[in-house]
Design a protein around this ligand. Structure first.
Ligand code: F3S
Length: 759
């Protein structure tokens, strides 16, 4: 049986020991019945004595129990962490190599290729993990969320992970929240992590799952009901008798895909099926402790008796009535039952012939999932029937892979033609080297993954990706067509009909899990002893130099305006992803993309600007910024409303800071980006009068006054010197707290931590 790393068990033991006392303090403070999500949030609140937070309004500091990072996002997070001067991560942290493995021919070969092409990244992550006391999961060991569920998740805990599907651990009763790298760095250096206190959606499950219906159908149905925006700034909390009808891993599928609704996270109450999963994954002690603390790991009885008083909205799903669903294309909220699929395909002219079917990923590769899919495959095998289209299987972890291999489930799938891919994200994150369909060719695929927006799986905007449960996907692999209903009508082959029996499978392996190949490297006994490996010639990685503090008077005079962003300027306009992602560990290289998607009011072509030093218009903004920087000149970026909306990517704040940005002055900010700018030492300002945006001309110089005596809430005077010799003044506002002013004075939040460290 697989053994969970010892440090993980110690963390949970300590947490549970203090839980009754923590909850007593929480109850005294809140003085009202609490939902499960509230219990967990309050128990991790940095300042419990502060005023009670208002849902959807108050931002609070929290102390998570753990941090998990995947290999793509971990690079810059660790590079930043290293500049803070800490000897080890302040909370237990793990790194998981799952995103960089391309799927092409099959598990063994694909893994070998990944190990050589990504060697410098893996060497860096492994050596930094050893140096700073973090657990390291090698390529091939599994997908971050599955590994977290198997080893680290625990009921009542709080984890942040640098990946959107971190909420997967909500299936084990944990609040698990996907964040950007900058948030992970905060927690790793010991700072409280900030969260907008969420609103709560209560989902009452009644009835029982049966037949073809699975956990996947619960979330596909809910996506159809709430839509992709239905969970924004909300936690989805499940309750009701029906919750017991889902296995722990089925619950994880549901919470995993809460991310598709934009939810902060999703969570299920602790129950026996979670305890069973904990025992099966080698954590009997945690199962017993959680069982003895169940009152703190579920919502209060009063909440369950009158949910309408305690959740902001309530949705009800009767599992007994729920049908298996298919969602898509292009969005997960386009949901319909399988029985309506054929009509929908014809009505919307979706490509009816499937070109590929894929099961597994972090969302749906549990022992139970693969067992149910294999049951469908066995029925086909018994009749000599094979999948009519390629069928690929992505196991979520080495433990799952080894166990399903030992128990013959992989063989069942291979017998109908399935290809087994590496235990990694692969086609789920577009790492699919597909040669059977040309770019631009219209085609349909069906997966049991979680995301299906255009290009997500194979980079082809014309691929129509649909999503269903693994067992439904395998059934469709047998017909090869979306305009069919293999569940109700069976599969026709050679003039015969195969009526498929509803799938059934064991929830957990009767013989226990087989750990497979060991892919885990424990944190070094003595953090600080290993050296960190970065190839100085690398194009993908470069160590970071701390950002120099800027003189608060001289450094904010005579600043040219690099960009006056017109209309929408998201983090994707500021720091586009796509091909640039391979440089995410190399700040200088990735900064070549800075503002390349931004519409500049001063030029006609996105990403270009006016160089005040040469008088030339139309040069790339990053080149102009580099020229200013070389001349010791800081600069200002001006923006419109909701500047920096989109992802929480820290590069959108780091690249401007690196290339000399002093101030970002906008009509309004997206909150997370504004905080990221503050962390990096860039001053975010908003126009006191939004109309002042119009005053800014392309050859202006700006002076920001009074920064040497900056205080919270102070109005900031801005002086514009126009090129014609005229001058104007206006006011701007800032939202820095006194702690954040200290970041600004130090040049960045991490600089401040480093100086505190060395005192
Ligand atoms: Fe993300 Fe990998 Fe899952 S790409 S959705 S973590 S399989």
């Amino acid at each position: 049986m697989e053994k969970t790393p010892a440090d993980a068990v110690v963390t949970v033991r300590n947490y549970y020991k203090s839980l009754p006392e923590r909850m007593a303090a929480v109850r005294a403070r809140a003085a009202r019945p609490l939902t499960l999500a509230e219990k967990i949030l309050f128990a991790h609140k940095a300042d419990l004595a502060a005023g009670l937070p208002e849902r959807g309004q108050t931002t609070v500091g929290l102390h998570p129990d753990r941090v998990a990072m995947q290999d793509a996002t971990a690079q810059m997070a660790i590079l930043q962490f290293m500049t803070a001067g800490k000897s080890e991560a302040a909370v237990p942290t793990t790194v998981h190599c799952d995103h960089l493995i391309r799927a092409k021919v099959g598990a063994i070969k694909d893994l070998e290729v990944a190990e050589s092409t990504n060697k410098e990244v893996y060497d860096f992550l492994a050596s930094a993990s050893a140096r700073y006391g973090m657990g390291f999961w090698k390529p091939g060991s599994g997908i971050i969320h599955q590994v977290i569920l198997e080893h680290y998740a625990f009921p009542g805990g709080l984890i942040i992970g640098t990946d959107s599907h971190t909420p997967n651990a909500g299936g084990l009763g944990m609040l698990a929240i996907g964040v950007g790298g900058a948030d992970a760095v905060d927690v790793m250096v010991g700072m409280p992590w900030e969260l907008l206190w969420p609103k709560l959606v209560g989902v009452r499950l009644t009835g029982k799952l049966s037949g073809w219906t699975s956990g996947k159908d619960v979330i596909l149905k809910l996506a159809g009901m709430l839509t992709v925006a239905g969970g924004t700034n909300k936690i989805i909390e499940y309750f009701g008798d029906g919750t017991a009808s889902l296995s722990c891993t089925a619950k994880a599928t549901v919470t995993n895909m809460g991310a598709e609704l934009g939810a902060t996270t999703s969570v299920f109450p602790f129950d026996k099926r979670m305890a069973d999963y904990l025992r099966a994954t080698g954590r009997a002690e945690i199962a017993s402790l959680a069982s003895s603390l169940a009152e703190h790991l579920t919502a209060d009885a009063e909440v369950l008796a009158h949910p309408e008083k305690h959740y902001d909205e309530i949705v009800e799903i009767d599992l007994s009535q729920l049908e298996p669903h298919v969602v898509g294309p292009h969005t997960p909220d386009l949901a319909r039952p399988v029985s309506r699929m054929t009509a929908d395909v014809h009505a919307h002219d979706y490509p009816a012939g499937l070109t590929a079917t894929l099961i597994g990923s972090c969302t749906n590769s549990s022992y139970e999932d693969i067992g149910r899919a294999a049951h469908v495959a066995r029925q086909a095998k018994a009749r000599g029937l094979k999948a009519r289209v390629p069928l690929m299987v992505t196991p979520g972890s080495e433990q799952v892979r080894a166990t399903i291999e030992r128990d013959g489930l992989l063989a069942d799938l291979e017998a109908i033609g399935a290809t087994v891919l590496a235990n990694a994200c692969g086609p789920c994150i577009g790492q699919w080297e597909r040669s059977d369909v040309a770019k631009g060719e219209k085609n349909s695929i069906l997966t049991s993954y979680n995301r299906n927006f255009p290009k997500r799986n194979d980079g082809n905007p014309s691929t129509h990706a649909f999503i269903a449960s693994p067992e439904v996907v395998v059934a469709y692999a047998l017909t090869g067509r979306l305009d069919s209903d293999p569940i109700h009508e069976g599969v026709i082959f050679d003039g015969n009909l195969l009526k498929l029996e509803a799938p059934s499978a064991a929830e957990l392996p009767l013989k226990g899990f087989d750990a497979g190949r060991d892919g885990y490297v424990a944190p070094a006994e003595q953090a600080g002893s290993a050296s960190v490996t970065v190839n100085p010639k690398s194009e993908r990685l470069a160590l970071l130099e701390p950002f120099e503090p800027v003189d608060k008077v001289a450094g904010y005079q005579n600043l040219p305006v690099l960009l006056k962003a017109r209309g929408k300027c998201t983090t994707d306009h500021i720091s586009p992803a796509g091909p640039w992602l391979k440089f995410r560990g190399h700040l200088d290289r990735i900064s070549d993309n800075m503002f390349s998607g931004a519409e500049n009011a001063f030029t006609d072509k996105p990403g270009t600007g006016f160089n005040v030093l040469t008088g030339q218009a139309g040069e790339e903004l990053q080149k102009i910024a580099r020229a200013y920087k070389a001349g010791g000149l800081g600069w200002v970026a001006v923006g419109d409303r909701n500047y920096g909306e989109g992802s929480s990517r820290e590069h959108a704040a780091m690249s401007p800071r690196y290339l000399g940005c002093r101030v970002v002055l906008v009509r309004s900010f997206a909150r997370i980006h504004e905080t990221n700018l503050k962390k990096q030492g860039v001053l975010p300002l908003t126009f006191a009068d939004p109309a002042d945006y119009e005053r800014i001309r392309r050859d202006d110089r700006l002076a920001i006054l009074g920064l040497d005596k900056l205080t919270p809430g102070q109005k900031i005077e801005v002086k514009i010197a126009h090129a014609d010799g005229s001058q104007e003044r206006f006011y701007a506002l800032h939202s820095l707290t006194s702690d954040q002013i200290a970041w600004f004075q130090a040049g960045s939040a991490l600089n401040l931590i480093r100086t505190q460290q060395s005192r």
